[in-house]
Write a protein that binds this ligand. Structure first.
Ligand SMILES: Nc1ncnc2c1ncn2[C@@H]1O[C@H](COP(=O)(O)OP(=O)(O)OP(=O)(O)O)[C@@H](O)[C@H]1O
Ligand SMILES: [Mg+2]
Length: 374
């Protein structure tokens, strides 16, 4: 199976449209057999990056390497890649069989071999009973499987997918997401997958590339990015609900760091303080943006809990079944906490909110960089 795996490298990759930079110095590496997800909001340059890897878009400057070979001037059809797009691009009037067989028919593979490979591929995807149907007689999920079948039948050395699930309903998306993960693991084809959906990125990627405005914000394994977001944007973009952010001041009080906000004061544990090497306490205090995830906030319903935790008013209770989201208001500030569904909390109730200080993040208000994990 070695043949199937190819490493991909993007080196100082730029794409300019007039004076707009759609892709701004992207550097990334996809390992052999790796599943890499590029994620980011609309217009951040995901598709453009993918299309430059595919050879469907010219490169303004920089290099794309596939299996250690610079392919900038290699035609798409000679790059040995397969692509799946959002709109599948299937032939609606043709049979499923012929849609899947098409890439092999183009290459004049003998008929008997085509038949064998179409059957193998359709078995793998569970669409063997559909081979004689026409595309227009299929559901969205079935079409999606046919598009995947057409892409993998050639056994390309690189698989590129651009939002392949976005046409499907929520339930089918989850199912197809799992099927793609299994398929990719089974075939071990190096894959670059583009999505704006952070849940897809988290669940599918061996590693994730977060982009914004043409720039790579962070590259890493899903849980690394979740636990150690490089900056404020990544902290809000990865994870649902987004991380709570609020202004604070870090103050040095006799060698101990205290974070003071509009509604509370927290003495930072020594190990957290030791990590904050990027903070310079000019004049004894420095402004920061504090971040804490909903699951790192504990709601305390007792009247006088130990510790000096602020009391707020419950603004909204949103039960999800498995857990409940509770919005708590502290003056002008609103924090969202995740709690167990059985917590007897009601709107308008006064509660104390206890952050896990070991998991609190501090961002530089100007550069937006995370100061916590330097
Ligand atoms: N042919 C083009 N001419 C001019 N500008 C373009 C062209 N194609 C894309 N752009 C611009 O380049 C930027 C990146 O576009 P791209 O399609 O890569 O975004 P994307 O991350 O895939 O977004 P989406 O999630 O909406 O698909 C956008 O600002 C877009 O308007
Ligand atoms: Mg796109």
């Amino acid at each position: 199976m070695d043949r199937l795996m190819a490493k991909v490298v993007c080196r100082n990759l730029y794409k300019r449209y007039g004076d707009q930079l759609a892709v701004d110095n992207v550097n990334l590496e996809v390992g052999e057999g790796e599943f890499l997800v590029i994620v980011g909001p609309s217009g951040c340059g995901k598709t453009t990056t993918l299309r430059m890897i595919a050879g469907l878009e010219s490169i303004s400057s920089g290099e794309v390497l596939i299996a250690d070979q610079v392919v900038n001037n290699v035609e798409p059809r000679h790059r040995d890649i397969a692509m799946v797009f959002q709109n599948y691009a299937l032939y609606p009037h043709k049979k499923v069989y012929d849609n899947i067989a098409y890439p092999l028919q183009l290459r004049r593979v003998p008929k008997a071999e085509i038949r064998e490979r179409v059957l193998d591929t359709s078995r793998l995807l569970g669409i063997e009973p559909l081979l004689e149907r026409r595309i227009r007689q299929l559901s969205g999920g079935e079409r999606q499987r046919v598009a995947l079948g057409r892409a993998i039948i050639r056994q390309p050395r690189l698989f590129l997918m651009d939002e392949p699930l976005s046409n499907l309903d929520a339930q089918l998306r989850i199912q197809m997401r799992r099927e793609i993960i299994h398929l990719q693991r089974q075939l071990a084809i190096t894959t670059v997958y583009v999505t704006h959906d952070q849940v897809e990125a988290m669940t599918m990627g061996d590693r994730i590339v977060v982009m914004r405005g043409g720039l790579v914000q962070q590259i890493g394994e899903p849980m690394t990015i979740y636990n150690h977001p490089a900056n404020r944007f990544v902290a809000r973009f990865i994870g649902s609900p987004p991380m709570n952010l609020f202004d604070g001041m870090l103050e040095n009080r006799g060698g101990r760091l205290v974070v003071r906000t509009a509604f509370a004061e927290y003495l930072l544990p020594a190990d957290v303080q030791a990590r904050l090497t990027g903070v310079h306490l000019a004049g004894g205090a420095t402004p920061v943006v504090c971040g804490v995830r909903a699951e790192d906030l504990t709601i305390d319903l007792t009247d006088n809990p130990a510790g000096n935790y602020p009391q707020g008013v419950v603004d909204l209770v949103e039960p999800l079944g498995s857990d409940v989201f509770v919005s708590v208001k502290f003056g002008a500030e609103m924090l969202l906490a995740r709690a167990a569904p059985e917590l007897p909390v009601r709107e308008m109730q006064k509660v104390h909110l206890k952050p896990n200080l070991a998991k609190m993040h501090f961002f530089d208000p100007k550069t937006e960089q995370n100061l916590t994990w330097k």
